[in-house]
Design a protein around this ligand. Structure first.
Ligand SMILES: [Zn+2]
Length: 343
């Protein structure tokens, strides 16, 4: 069945949008290798209902198809007046420590976008309009698997426009409070992460993964958000994690895993950090070609890294992907049967 592509006026900080990185490559784009690498959107809308991890409030979210060049946008359907559109871009991120929160020029926000952004990037979706009737994306099971399954069940529609990617040309790195995040040149996206927790249930974990060809869906998307019992109590005192339960987050206390069933993977925690990193890097506005390395890094630090990448002369260049590069993008070649059946 044919579904029409969403049409909407894109405005960013009060100006006609042109910062949507898939829209107009503009000056400085290396387009010498343009081949048959096309953007995607969903074939039809998909609905998700649940509660926000931090607000605890019920929320309904619909990911709709969008046309080529529009990129990923959120639209707050509960906001009747003013600008309810929020672009999924790095330069509107409010650097809060616990989740990734986007805020448009009118002060309208959407929180905890990282898991759905990872799912879209990991499935190779470049354009979508995400309608949401509240301020926070539903947490569902705490992983990105339900989003991936929903998107892949609908299937993707190819659009007649080449994929614009961001090629890292020069290494950049940022550090804060013993955490580090870095990007270095590579011809594909590689995510390499290390975490080190005092709790024996997590401890020190490292993993690196070439994100090409659906590896996100196969290896990372079902890994759930996690936290320490002591942090849960502190967050509750601060009015956070009100929607958190033992079924949408893995809670650990020392050597003990409190959530029923334990971990889905022995190293589920570092896999989830890689999932978060993919979602946060997707806010570049297009796929990144480079090697990301995170050491105890969180959402705010990865966003600072993106800001540094785009602020450093010569550190990144937009490229229109040729067919060979497209083969190395996340999501390329992914099929529904590869998506884990945990959701
Ligand atoms: Zn997460």
């Amino acid at each position: 069945m044919f579904h029409s592509v969403a049409k909407f006026e894109l405005r960013h900080d009060g100006a006609q949008i042109n910062s949507c990185r898939q829209q107009d490559p503009g000056v400085g784009v290396d387009n010498t290798n343009v081949g048959r690498s096309l953007q995607n959107t969903l074939k039809s809308p998909v609905v998700f209902e649940g509660v926000g991890l931090h607000t605890g409030a019920p929320v309904r979210m619909t990911i709709r198809p969008a046309s080529a060049g529009q990129g990923i946008w959120f639209k707050r359907t509960d906001i009747a007046l003013g600008n309810a559109l929020v672009p999924a871009l790095w330069d509107v991120v409010d650097r809060s420590p616990l989740c990734t929160r986007l805020v448009n020029g009118a002060g309208v926000s959407v929180s905890t976008v990282e898991h759905v952004m990872a799912a879209l990037a990991g499935c190779g979706v470049h354009n979508a309009l995400i309608e949401i009737d509240g301020p926070e994306v539903p947490i569902l099971d705490g992983s990105a698997a339900p989003f991936v399954r929903g998107i892949m069940t609908r299937g993707l529609r190819r659009l007649e426009a080449p994929v614009l990617a961001y090629q890292v040309m020069k290494a950049v790195s940022v550090e804060k409070d013993g955490a580090r995040a870095a990007l270095a040149p590579a011809d594909r996206l590689i995510i390499d992460f290390t975490i080190d927790f005092a709790d024996a249930a997590i401890g020190r974990q490292s993993k690196a993964l070439d994100m090409r060809n659906g590896s996100f869906a196969r290896e990372l998307c079902d890994s759930r958000t996690f936290c320490r019992q002591a942090d849960v109590e502190a967050m509750h005192r601060n009015g956070l994690a009100l929607g958190g339960t033992l079924s949408n987050a893995v809670v650990v206390d020392g050597a003990e895993v409190l959530s029923p069933g334990g971990f889905r993977h022995k190293d589920e925690a570092v896999r989830h950090k890689m999932l978060d990193a993919l979602g946060d890097l997707a806010l570049a506005g297009g796929p990144i070609l480079g090697r990301y390395r995170g050491e105890r890094a969180g959402h705010a630090l990865t966003n600072t890294l993106l800001r540094d990448l785009f602020a450093t002369p010569g550190a990144v260049r937009p490229v229109l992907c040729d067919a060979a590069t497209a083969e190395r993008l996340p999501g390329q070649g992914l099929v529904l049967s590869e998506v884990p059946k945990v959701a």
